[in-house]
Design a protein around this ligand. Structure first.
Ligand SMILES: [Fe+2]
Length: 397
C-alpha cells in the first residue's frame, strides 16, 4: 500500500457516499426538487453537488485538465455560479441523477489510486479524501434541515400533531435543576488544530489567554428556555439589543423554530424526524444567535467566546456536546497566519464580521465534524441550523 494512503479517510468518504445514496432514496422524487426555504437547496441538488465537487477535484483540478464535466454543470452545481432559487428547476430527472451519482462514486474511487492524483500535494496523508468526506457530511446535515422544513411546511403549529416517536422522552421529564458551573482561572492555552482533518480556519494551533470564567456543564435545556418564553423573554426589549429587537420585529419570532403549543396547552416540538412533546431535560434547539444572547442576558450570564468554549471542551468536563451547535459570542475571524486552502472561498468570504461561530456539533452532525477545534459559522438570524446555547459567567480573578 502507498505509505501516504489513509484507509480510515477512504472508508470515511465511502460511508458518506453511501449516506448520500440513502438520503436520495429516502426522498420521494416528487419532492426532491422542492426548495422549502430561501437558504436551503433541494435534496437532489445537494446529492448532485457532492458528486460534482468530487469530480471537480479529481477530474479537473488535480490532473490540471480543462473542464472535463461540461460548462452547464459548473453553472448549476458550483454555488457561486448558481442562484439558489433557480436550482430546482434545472436538475436532471431523478433516475438520471441517481445513475450518474453511482457511476461517479466508482470512477472516483478508482481515480484516487491513479498516480497523477496520488502524487498531488493535496493528497499527502489523504488530505483531500478527508476534506471531501467532511464536505459531504456538512451537506448531509443540511439535508436534515431540508427535511425539517418539509415537515414544518406540512404541519402547521396548533393542528393535531403526528404521534410522538416510540421512546420519545415524556414532557414531564424535569430538567435536572440548575447546571453546575465549571470554573476556569485566567490562563494561556492552545487553540486550533493541525491534524490531517483540519480546515484552513482551524490552523495553526496557537496560544491564547482566557479567563477567569465559569461555563455551564450542559447546554440550556428546553425547560429553561420555556421559562424564558413564559416570563415574556421574547417581548422584553432589555435582553435583545437594537439588532435583536430589529430581528424580532422583522420576523415576529416568539420562540425557537419548530416549537408550538398544542390544543392541550403543552409545548410540542417539530423536528426533522417528526413532532413530539418537548422534553424538558433535552437541550433547547432552533435558537437564533439573537435569542441565545437574550436568554443568556435574562439568566444573568453571557455567550462564551469560542476560545473559552474550546478550552472547556478540551478540558473534558463539558457534558452534552454534540447535541446542538452552541452559539458563541464572537464573529468568525482568521487565526494568526491564516492561509486559505484548498480554495479561497472555503473560509475567506465568511470573515465578514456578520457570521458568528458555533461549536460542538448537533445530533445531526456526523462524528467526523464533532472535534473541539471545529468552527462552524452562520449569520445571527438563522434558526434552522440546529443550534442552542451554553452559558458562561465572568468570575472574579
Ligand atoms: Fe459544497
Amino acid at each position: 500500500m502507498n505509505p501516504h494512503t489513509h484507509p480510515d479517510l477512504r472508508d470515511c468518504l465511502a460511508s458518506q457516499q453511501a449516506r448520500l445514496n440513502r438520503a436520495l432514496d429516502a426522498t420521494p422524487a416528487a419532492t426532491g426538487r422542492n426548495q422549502y426555504h430561501p437558504d436551503l437547496s433541494p435534496v437532489d441538488w445537494h446529492y448532485a453537488h457532492c458528486h460534482f465537487i468530487e469530480a471537480v477535484w479529481l477530474d479537473e483540478r488535480l490532473p490540471q485538465r480543462p473542464p472535463a464535466i461540461g460548462r452547464d454543470w459548473h453553472d448549476l452545481y458550483l454555488p457561486e455560479l448558481s442562484p439558489k432559487w433557480r436550482r430546482g428547476g434545472r436538475l436532471p430527472p431523478r433516475e438520471r441523477l441517481r445513475a450518474w451519482g453511482r457511476e461517479r462514486q466508482s470512477l472516483h474511487r478508482e481515480w484516487l489510486e491513479a498516480p497523477a492524483i496520488r502524487e498531488h500535494p493535496l493528497m499527502v496523508g489523504d488530505y483531500l479524501v478527508g476534506f471531501l468526506a467532511q464536505h459531504h457530511a456538512m451537506h448531509l446535515e443540511t439535508l436534515e434541515q431540508v427535511r425539517w422544513f418539509a415537515r414544518l411546511n406540512g404541519a402547521e403549529p396548533g393542528q393535531a400533531p403526528a404521534a410522538p416517536r416510540p421512546g420519545a422522552p415524556a414532557t414531564g421529564d424535569r430538567a435536572p435543576g440548575h447546571p453546575a458551573w465549571i470554573p476556569f482561572p485566567r490562563a494561556t492555552h492552545t487553540v486550533g488544530h493541525d491534524g490531517i482533518d483540519a480546515f484552513d480556519n482551524e490552523r495553526d494551533p496557537h496560544p491564547t489567554t482566557t479567563g477567569p470564567f465559569e461555563i455551564a456543564a450542559r447546554p440550556v435545556s428546553n425547560a429553561e428556555h420555556v421559562a424564558f418564553i413564559e416570563q415574556d423573554g421574547y417581548r422584553r426589549p432589555e435582553f435583545w439589543g437594537p439588532d435583536g429587537r430589529d430581528w424580532l420585529q422583522r420576523t415576529g419570532a416568539r420562540g425557537p423554530l419548530g416549537w408550538w403549543r398544542g390544543a392541550d396547552g403543552r409545548w410540542w416540538q417539530t423536528r426533522p424526524d417528526g413532532a413530539r412533546p418537548l422534553a424538558d431535560a433535552a437541550p433547547a434547539m432552533g435558537l437564533s444567535w439573537f435569542a441565545a444572547r437574550a436568554h443568556a442576558r435574562w439568566a444573568g450570564a453571557r455567550l462564551p467566546h469560542e476560545h473559552e468554549w474550546e478550552r472547556a471542551a478540551r478540558d473534558g468536563r463539558l457534558q452534552g456536546t454534540g447535541q446542538v451547535w452552541e452559539w458563541c459570542a464572537n464573529a468568525f475571524f482568521p487565526y494568526p497566519g491564516f492561509r486559505a486552502y484548498p480554495y479561497e472561498g472555503f473560509s475567506m468570504p465568511w470573515f465578514d464580521g456578520e457570521h458568528r461561530v458555533l461549536r460542538g456539533g448537533s445530533e445531526w452532525s456526523d462524528p467526523i465534524l464533532c472535534r473541539p477545534s471545529l468552527r462552524n459559522f452562520f449569520t445571527p438570524e438563522k434558526r434552522h441550523v440546529f443550534a442552542g446555547v451554553r452559558l458562561v459567567r465572568d468570575r472574579m480573578a
